[in-house]
Design a protein around this ligand. Sequence first.
Ligand code: XMP
Length: 315
Amino acid sequence: MFDVKEFVNDAVESLRATVDQTAIIACSGGVDSTVAAAIANIAVGDKLHCVYVDTGLMRKNETAEIEAMLKEIGVNLTTVYAAERFFKALAGVTEPERKRKIIGEMFIRVFEEEQEKVGAKFLLQGTIAPDWIESGGGVRDTIKSHHNVGGLPEDMTLEIIEPLRDLYKDEVREVGAYLNIESSSRQPFPGPGLAVRCLGDLTPERVEIVREACHIVEEELEAAAAEGKMELPWQYFAALLPVRSVGVHGDVRAYGETIVVRAVASLDGMSARYSPIPHEVLQKISNRITNKVKGAVNRVVYDITNKPPGTIEWE
Ligand code: XMP
């Protein structure tokens, strides 16, 4: 049985024993990195610099929400605005693994710049067990290089510390709840952000489309769950596909983009079942997406694949 209190005490003790100089903690605002930041703050708060990178690949209003949440935890926070750099590095890249590697490397470069500013020796990360297992840890095949594992460049100088390395998502959430962290109830969001939900050309315009679509899916499913029409899925979002199809706007031919809606039930993200969503809710999502991003998206589809054989994200 997982003992939350014992885990936190051990993690704090171990960090105190290891972190003898300044450390940077990379925080994305997700459950994993926020829990790691909170534990590190308890252990070595005086040596800790929390860095949040706004990659331009975050969800709607996310940067402001994350900043507020991290301030609440009490960490010493620096936000780095790096959207332009990320888009430039990702221009023309469509192959998912290459995308992940580039993003991983960009993150490290940003952290190294911050490291120089504060003279840090360590980089703390919120890596959890499925991240390194699915990135090819041990004897397994690489399913996806999680940017905080398989995407790390070889020439980096920071020493990596991963206090949550052996935990699964449900355990991280337990730790988050124990530490009263608001983000422990948030749905998971991948480290590479909307980049892995924007298949095909990664441009600011296309990312904006998927950002709006994700926002609509979140609002509609949360409203439907609050009204008792369905259970709130474990994870729910939209992805923009690299497929165009013929549609009609008014009486004019349109050749538009395709959004896929994804919602799954899962315990730890290692396996998942697609969530049944009432058709009236799907209809509303489809109407809102096609109206909001008029002309750009003219088709919305629903993904009914479990994991396996699919994965939760499309890339
Ligand atoms: P997949 O798509 O592999 O995702 O079935 C399983 C869970 O992990 C999230 N995910 C990531 N989380 N870094 C992360 O921290 C990543 O690179 C990454 N890729 C996927 C995904 O959203 C799902 O919750």
